[in-house]
Design a protein around this ligand. Structure first.
Ligand code: UDP
Ligand code: CA
Length: 280
């Protein structure tokens, strides 16, 4: 029997709230799969409290992990806002963050809850694209006016291609490295950020912008539910739920979690209990 492939998941978090979310994300992945999973977590912004908890969680829930760190290169335009620095780490260094033997990773936002077997996404045929993402939801009517990608610059730049959400993506690192996607992304990033107003949603605007040179395979919509753009009906079949910011209601993420993800409170309580046990 050939040895079972390990599913690589990449995520990053900074701040107490996002660390709390990340523990829940990890637990939600493990609850729904029998596959071997390895989490690659960006160490740069994690608290020592969190990095001390990870090995304990790994033992209890049966996953592998590795903390990776990377220093923003001096020759690449720096970001000053914390959130934009994090968004940069999410997309700009995928070719150099992991050892060469890592052939594929699934990136998952810390504030996401996974409700299906991640193996199904891992096995999906990306048809040769280095990246795969879900197109932005189109089913919630109330937020139509906020769909900036359907107007002006984005509409003409996309030329019929979808604008995708970056809260979850698959990176085929073999293909990504083969087409030098990392270099291409960094070059375009450096050019566009000459103008401080461009790449407002850095990690999302950048890969969507470069789609004509770095193709994105569009994943089935059930792989990413975001209440800002997707209807209540779509929630019933969602395989992951991201707590994305709602431009209309600006509901805080914690409130959102409790409202739309029934299992969230239970998962949160379980990790909190586990942490107390460890501390005791
Ligand atoms: N993030 C973080 N701390 C922050 C902001 C963002 O750790 O203060 C990370 C976290 O992994 C988060 C991701 O960056 O899931 C994307 O940000 P966010 O989820 O806030 O964006 P949204 O989905 O709301 O557009
Ligand atoms: Ca998110």
């Amino acid at each position: 029997k050939p040895e079972e492939e390990t599913i690589n998941i990449f995520s990053l978090a900074s701040g107490h709230l996002y660390e709390r979310f990340m523990r829940i994300m990890i637990l939600s992945v493990m609850r729904n799969t029998k596959s071997k999973v390895k989490f690659w977590l960006l160490k740069n912004f994690l608290s020592s409290k969190f990095t001390e908890l990870v090995p304990q969680m790994a033992k209890k829930y049966g996953f592998e992990y590795e903390l990776v760190s990377y220093q923003w290169p001096t020759w690449l335009r720096a970001q000053t806002e914390k959130q934009r620095i994090i968004w940069g780490y999410k997309i700009l260094f995928l070719d150099v963050l992991f050892p060469l033997e890592v052939k594929k990773v699934i990136y998952i936002d810390a504030d996401q809850v996974v409700k299906a077997d991640i193996k199904e996404l891992w096995d999906m045929n990306l048809k040769g694209a280095p990246l795969a993402m879900v197109p932005m939801g189109d089913s919630r009517k109330e937020t139509e006016g906020f769909r900036f990608w359907k107007q002006g610059f984005w509409k003409s730049h996309l030329a019929g291609k979808p604008y995708h959400i970056s809260a979850l993506f698959v990176a085929d690192l073999q293909m990504f490295r083969a087409v030098a996607a990392g270099d291409q992304l960094r070059i375009v990033y450096d050019q566009l950020t000459k103008d401080k107003n461009s790449l407002a949603n850095l990690d999302q605007d950048l890969p969507n912008y470069t789609q004509h040179q770095i193709p994105i395979f569009s994943l089935p919509k059930d792989w990413l539910y975001c209440a800002s753009w997707c209807s209540d009906e779509d929630l019933k079949t969602a395989k992951t739920v991201d707590l994305c910011n709602n431009p209309l209601t600006k509901t805080p993420k914690l409130e959102m979690a409790k409202k739309i993800v029934p299992e969230w409170v239970g998962l949160d309580a379980e990790v909190a209990r586990f942490e107390e046990e460890i501390e005791a």
